[in-house]
Design a binder for this molecule. Sequence first.
Ligand SMILES: Nc1ncnc2c1ncn2[C@@H]1O[C@H](COP(=O)(O)OP(=O)(O)O)[C@@H](O)[C@H]1O
Ligand SMILES: [Mg+2]
Length: 334
Amino acid sequence: MFSRQQIIQPVALDINQIVSNTGKMLRRLIKENIGLDVILEPNLDLVSADPGQIEQVILNLVVNARDALPKGGKLTIQTRNVRMENDFGQAGASTLPGRFVLLEVTDTGTGMDEETQTHIFEPFFTTKAVGKGTGLGLATVYGIVKQNNGRIEVKSMVGRGSSFKVYLPAVKHAVLTRTSAKYTGSPNFSEETILVAEDAKPLRDLICEVLSGYGCTVLTACNVEEALQIGRGRKDTIDLLLTDVVMPGMDGTALANEIRSLHPETKVLYMTGHSGTFIRADMLNQDVSLIRKPFTPGELGRKIRKMLPGKLGESSRAGACPKENAAAQRESGA
Ligand SMILES: Nc1ncnc2c1ncn2[C@@H]1O[C@H](COP(=O)(O)OP(=O)(O)O)[C@@H](O)[C@H]1O
Ligand SMILES: [Mg+2]
């Protein structure tokens, strides 16, 4: 997010809806020894924010809380309408003076000492083992909160746990309309089969968690050979191939061609983290698309839902976001 320009689309957003939509996936991310409580304020005020960014905030805070609960415990996500006397960073005419939406993530985990707390929002600050932490989670959260004229507060005690409070300015309903229809949240799939080829294990595991959480059947391959083996061995449909563009051995586009010669029905979604992309714009069409890393679970789900609308009889939705298609095309040509 720091290193690339992101297309951010603030809309009037009901944070409750995002929490609910990600809930199923969050439960899958945390172990059974962690109790998850979700407490949502009814009639929560709207905020102006990008849904993907809010998902990212929730996800980063929840993953941190999970990591702080190696022996289990309790994790709580709560939303509330709050009033504050001093209008820190009010965004302007569209916001309601003094009114904020609070999103709070609390855990009963390890907690942090004061010295640690002074550094947690710094990029690359991590107390986790090499390969476990990047130190970018809270820096990202901080950036998103600031960008949306909000504030973040942390309270923590060693051995007792931590609480992160994110305050975002409430917006007038009249200024922006609710986008529940447009923001469809995490989709549900009905056993669509997705072949995932990704050499980075943590990402591969996370994608599998997310997609099976959505109800997909996931076949995984850690390299091109494995993906080809699965393709050759499978008689049933593979609805979609989700593959890295750059992998050791053979690139993702060659893999996609091989798989499609075996399974002509298979759609292809490339993942790429490289700005100088290896995908030519003219290779992208209805059946072949691109998603840029890093993406949120919701973004991935919606993207796939758009490519595979048929099974739920939602084909009308396929063409519902011409803007996003155009953006993707533009991006891919960049
Ligand atoms: N809920 C929490 N409980 C205890 N420590 C936390 C919590 N959230 C964040 N931290 C501390 O803040 C550091 C930075 O967090 P973050 O930016 O998400 O990076 P990372 O999770 O990759 O280490 C963590 O390494 C950890 O020391
Ligand atoms: Mg983190």
